[in-house]
Design a protein around this ligand. Structure first.
Ligand code: CA
Ligand code: CA
Ligand code: CA
Length: 500
C-alpha cells in the first residue's frame, strides 16, 4: 500500500501549521512511503493481516534508497548529505505504481514538490527553472517540514527535489533490500508504472504525469525478461528508451523517443546528456512536441484485447483555443478515458491508433457532452474524474474516481464498464465511498473473487478538534477522526466479483 500523503489536521488534535512540532513532522515523514504487509485468506473467505510476518515492512521518507540508471551520480542529484548523488533518503507522495513479473513492486512518486519551500530564495539558473516547472513552492510550503529539516528548504539544499519524482522499484520478499529509484523511466509526477512483457520479451512500462497539460509516457527496455532467473531482471529498468506520446487528430499517434541528441534535445537546449533529459523530463517532452493532456492518471493494459487505457482525470484550464482531438472538451471538469491500440499489437511499437473510449459526466445531462463508447448515455451510472483503473480477467475495465464531490456532488466510487461486446461502454457503479475520501487501488486477487479498494483521506475537509462537528466523517469505525482504510469486496457466495 502506498501511503501517499498526510492530513495533519486529521492526525493531530487541534493542529495548526504554525505550531507544528518536530515530533509531528517526524510522524508525518514516517507516515509517508509504503506499508508492506502479508495478508492471508481464511477458510471463511475473509482476509487477515498476519502480525509478525517476515515480509511486513514500512518504507518511509527516511528509508535509504539507491539511485540507478543514467542520472545516477549526476551533479544535479548531489547534496551536502549525499555527495555521490546516488543515495536518497526516502520516497514521497507515492501514487499508483505496478507489479513486475519478476516479483518486485513499482511505486510512482507523484506530487513530491509540495513538501519543499523557498524557491524564490534560490539564485536564478537551471535548477530554479526546473523547480518552477515542477511546482516547488516559491515561498512557504503547506507542510511544516522545511522548518525542521534543511533538505526540504531549497534555499539551503537546492538539489533535493531533483531526487524525487522517480519510479521506485523494491523487492517485497526481502525486507532488508534497498529500494531503487529507476531514473531511466524519467522524472515527472508519476502516476502508474504498468508493466507489459512484449512478444519479443522486452519489458514495457506505461506511466503518466498527473498534472494539467502534462504527458503520457512509456519506457521500453533493451534487455528481455528472464522468466527462469528472478535476480537477472534486477537492472532491466535501467537500460532502455523512454518515449512520450503524441496524439494526432486522425486517430494515429507516435511514441517519440526522449534521447539526448535527437528531436531537438541538444546541448544548446539544455539536454546534452541523457541525465539532463531525465531530470527535466517535462521540458524534454515539451521540446519534442508531445501532446499536452488533461492530467494523465492511471494507464493499464486490458489482458483480453491487449489495448492500453489512459485515464485523464480533468482539466478545467482546457479551452476552445487549446482543445484537440485527444482532449476534446473545453473546461473538462469530468475527465475522460482514451483507448490506445499499439501498432500490430506490439507494445514496443513506436506508433499507435487511439480513440476516445469515454467522456465522463452525467449522461442524462446533455450539457455535460458525455460519450460512453456508443452506449446509451441515459442508461449508465453518472461518473467523473477517473483516476486509478484496473481490469478483471474477463477484460472489464474498473475505475476508481477522485473528485466527484466537487463535480457531480456525489461521493467518489468504484465503477465497472465492459470494453467489448454488446455492453461496451455500459458503466455501472458498484461502490460509493464516504465524504471527503477519494477511492484508490482497485486490485483483484488472481481469481477475481476479491477486489481490494482503498478509501483514501476519508473526511478530508474536516478537522479534529474539541468540537466533534468539525469532523465530516468518522469512517471506518465511528470512533473518532477518520482514517484511510483498505476494504475488500467479495460475493457472499465466494464466486468471482463479476459474472454469474
Ligand atoms: Ca495520487
Ligand atoms: Ca494523481
Ligand atoms: Ca488520486
Amino acid at each position: 500500500m502506498n501511503n501517499e500523503y498526510t492530513n495533519p489536521e486529521l492526525m493531530f488534535k487541534n493542529w495548526s501549521l504554525a505550531s507544528q512540532t518536530k515530533e509531528q513532522t517526524d510522524v508525518e515523514l514516517n507516515a509517508h512511503g509504503l506499508s508492506i504487509v502479508e495478508i492471508k485468506r481464511d477458510s471463511n473467505g475473509e482476509w487477515h493481516y498476519i502480525q509478525g510476518s517476515q515480509y511486513n515492512r514500512r518504507i518511509t521518507a527516511f528509508t535509504p534508497m539507491t539511485v540507478t540508471g543514467p542520472a545516477a551520480g549526476n551533479d544535479l542529484l548531489k547534496t551536502s548529505a549525499d555527495p555521490t548523488g546516488r543515495s536518497v533518503m526516502g520516497t514521497l507522495n507515492n501514487c499508483s505504481g505496478g507489479r513486475t513479473p519478476w516479483g518486485t513492486v513499482l511505486t510512482g512518486e507523484e506530487n513530491f514538490h509540495q513538501y519543499f519551500a523557498n524557491r524564490n530564495a534560490m539564485p536564478d539558473g537551471p535548477v530554479k527553472a526546473n523547480h518552477t516547472r515542477y511546482g516547488v513552492p516559491s515561498g512557504a510550503s503547506g507542510y511544516a517540514w522545511s522548518r525542521h529539516y534543511d533538505r526540504f528548504d531549497v534555499a539551503k539544499e537546492p538539489n533535493e527535489p531533483l531526487r524525487f519524482g522517480w519510479v521506485v522499484e523494491f523487492d517485497p520478499y526481502d525486507p532488508t533490500s534497498t529500494p531503487k529509484k529507476r531514473t531511466a523511466l524519467g522524472r515527472v509526477k508519476h502516476e502508474a508504472a504498468t508493466i507489459q512483457i512484449a512478444s519479443n520479451g522486452r519489458v514495457v512500462a506505461y506511466t503518466g504525469d498527473d498534472e494539467r497539460f502534462q504527458y503520457a509516457y512509456k519506457f521500453v527496455t533493451n534487455g528481455a525478461y528472464n522468466h527462469f532467473d528472478r535476480k537477472a531482471n534486477d537492472g532491466l529498468l535501467d537500460d532502455g528508451t523512454l518515449y512520450v506520446a503524441k496524439f494526432n487528430a486522425d486517430g494515429t499517434g507516435q511514441w517519440i523517443p526522449l534521447v539526448a541528441g535527437q528531436s531537438g534535445l541538444t546541448a544548446a537546449n539544455g539536454y546534452g546528456t541523457q541525465a539532463q533529459v531525465l531530470i527535466d523530463t517535462r521540458g524534454a517532452a515539451t521540446t519534442v512536441g508531445a501532446t499536452p493532456m488533461d492530467r494523465p492518471e492511471d494507464m493499464e493494459v486490458n489482458p483480453v484485447n491487449g489495448k492500453v487505457y489512459l485515464a485523464l482525470t480533468n482539466n478545467t484550464q482546457r479551452n476552445d483555443t487549446n482543445k484537440d482531438a485527444a482532449n476534446p472538451r473545453a473546461n473538462n471538469r469530468y475527465g475522460h478515458i482514451l483507448e490506445i491500440t499499439e501498432d500490430n499489437g506490439d507494445h514496443t511499437s513506436t506508433s499507435f491508433f487511439w480513440e476516445v473510449f469515454m467522456l465522463c459526466g452525467d449522461g442524462r445531462n446533455a450539457g455535460h457532452g458525455t460519450f460512453f463508447a456508443g452506449y446509451d448515455p441515459a442508461q449508465v451510472s453518472m461518473i467523473a474524474n477517473p483516476d486509478n483503473i484496473t481490469f478483471d480477467s474477463k477484460g472489464n475495465l474498473w475505475i476508481s474516481t477522485d473528485g466527484q464531490p466537487g463535480t457531480l456532488n456525489i461521493n467518489d466510487g468504484v465503477f465497472a464498464v465492459p470494453t467489448d461486446g454488446d455492453e461496451r461502454g455500459r458503466v455501472r457503479q458498484l461502490f460509493s465511498a464516504v465524504p471527503g475520501g477519494e477511492v484508490a487501488s482497485l486490485v483483484f486477487n488472481p481469481d477475481d473473487t476479491t477486489m481490494f479498494v482503498s478509501v483514501q483521506h476519508p473526511g478530508e475537509g474536516g478537522k479534529w478538534t474539541d468540537n466533534a462537528s468539525d469532523l465530516i466523517s468518522t469512517f471506518p469505525d465511528g470512533r473518532g477522526p477518520n482514517r484511510p482504510s483498505v476494504l475488500t469486496i467479495s460475493r457472499a457466495t465466494g464466486s468471482p466479483v463479476v459474472g454469474s
